[in-house]
Every structure is written in C-alpha cells, then in structure tokens.
Design a protein around this ligand. Structure first.
Ligand SMILES: [Fe+2]
Ligand SMILES: [Fe+2]
Length: 272
C-alpha cells in the first residue's frame, strides 16, 4: 500500500525548508571554483575572469527577482518577493543598490591586483563565456515559467545559494588584503559583502521559504517547486565549471612565468 503523507500547510513548509538546506551538499556550492577562490591569492588575469563572469551573472539576479514578482500569482508570495527586490535596489537608496556596490568593489579590487585603474565599462565590454550566457538564458527561462511553482523553486535555490556564495566569495577576497593599505580600508571596500552576509541574504532566504510555501498546497505542488529548484542548481554547477576552467586558462601564462622565475632562482644542481 502506498503511504501518502497528509500534506498539511506546516509539513509542506518543513519540506520546502528541507529542500532549501539541500544546497549545502550540492556541487553548486561544493566545487573547484570555490576551492580555488578561497584557498589562494590569484593573479590579476584570473581575478579579471571572475569579475567579468560574476558581474554578468549578477546583473540578472535582481532582474530575476523582479520577474518572480511578475510571474507569481499568489499575492502573499508576491509580497515576499517585493521585499527581496526592494532590498536588491538598496532599500530606496540608489548608492546602496547591490549591483552598484558590486561594481565599485570589483573595479577597485581588480585595479589593485592589476596595478592600473580598471573601469566598469571596460568589464561590461568583455563578452561573457558561453557557459555564463547559458546560465543566464536558463535562469530567465525558469523565472518566466508559466508555472509559479517552478518560479518559486528557482527563487528558493537562488536565495539559498546566495548567502553561502557570499560567505565563500568573501573568504576568498580576504586573500587580497595585502593590496589594501590598512585593515580599515579593506573593510570599507567590502560593503557589498557585508550587506549580504549581515542581513540581506539571510532575509531573502526566509522570504523565499515563505513564498515557495505559499504556492504549495499539496505534494504535486511541492514536486513542481523541486523542478525549478533543481533546474537552478544544475545551471549553477555549469556556470562555476565554466568560470573556473577559464580562470585556469587565463592564469596559466602568469603561473608559467612564476615557475620559470623560480627555476632560474634554484641552483642548477638542485634542478637536475
Ligand atoms: Fe543582493
Ligand atoms: Fe538575495
């Protein structure tokens, strides 16, 4: 006999939460990109790849939240998405728009690591990788789905990945502290991370559980949320795979120079 669990509102919310925390075990968070980014200070060429691809991906993030407002019919769920969108746009303060904070951070960091000023136009002019474009088009498809449950599943994945992503990206950024003149200067420049780690993404996670639960009345609904959720995670895996592969390629000549310089410095007897 098939046991069908009684799908009450509260146990469906538990299921949504269980789905959400599954991101911690997923390759979307446990992957070569994060290993590389968090464990060393990379050459300018690799930081530049990260900046271009992350920027291209992130411009879409707030657009996707806007689409989740439009493409979610349930009014209470929509209210949660509006709160998220308002926070993405700086809570009404143009200087605190998250994308603006990110642009400032990336141009500043890359300028320091490259040893020359870097403008945001210069970064936007670079075409993103095909894998980043596939991520963006796949993401748009999920967030414009005619099925609000799929939209909410994608939003749930996006927001639950975001907090952990911010934490890991920030841990990686700490590897570049020596490029700043003081601890104070470093922390002043990291506002993009602090707004997310300190509050925004924590709130978004709660809001996304609320809104996804609102569109779940039974197990069929939950399965549709899972479709959007899994879809977003799979896109993310491929996105980071593309980024880290391109970073390795871009950093290879710089690493080659380092190896040659090192070999030249080692006495001939030891090289043999
Ligand atoms: Fe944000
Ligand atoms: Fe968010």
């Amino acid at each position: 006999m098939t046991v069908i669990h009684a799908a009450t509102g509260s146990n469906l919310k538990d299921e949504v939460e269980r789905m959400a925390i599954s991101v911690f075990q997923h390759k979307a968070l446990r992957n070569d990109f994060y290993d590389r980014w968090t464990t060393r200070s990379l050459p300018a060429e690799e930081v530049r790849v990260f900046a271009i691809e992350y920027l291209s991906r992130t411009i879409r993030t707030s657009e996707m939240v806007a689409l989740s407002v439009v493409n979610t019919v349930d009014r209470t769920a929509r209210v949660e998405c509006v709160k998220n969108l308002f926070s993405e746009y700086g809570g009404g303060n143009p200087e605190k728009v998250h994308l603006t904070l990110l642009e400032n951070f990336l141009t500043d960091l890359l300028g320091r690591v490259s040893g020359r000023p870097v403008t945001i136009d210069e970064l936007y002019r670079e075409p993103p990788l095909t894998s980043t474009r596939s991520f963006s088009s796949g993401q748009r498809e999920l967030f414009t789905s005619g099925d609000q449950r799929v939209v909410q599943g994608a939003l749930l994945a996006q927001e639950w990945l975001a907090y952990s992503m911010m934490v890991r990206l920030y841990e990686g950024v700490r590897n570049y502290k020596s490029y700043y003149s003081s601890e104070e200067e470093f922390h002043e420049r990291c506002e993009y991370f602090y707004v997310h780690i300190g509050e925004a993404e924590k709130e978004h996670r709660i809001q996304a559980v609320e809104s996804a639960s609102q569109v779940c009345a039974d197990l069929t609904d939950l399965a549709r949320v899972q479709v959007g959720f899994d879809g977003f995670l799979d896109l993310t895996v491929e996105y980071w795979r593309g980024v880290v592969a391109r970073m390795r390629e871009a950093g290879a000549p710089a690493r080659g120079l380092e190896t040659r310089a090192h070999a030249a410095a080692v006495p001939a007897a030891r090289v043999r």
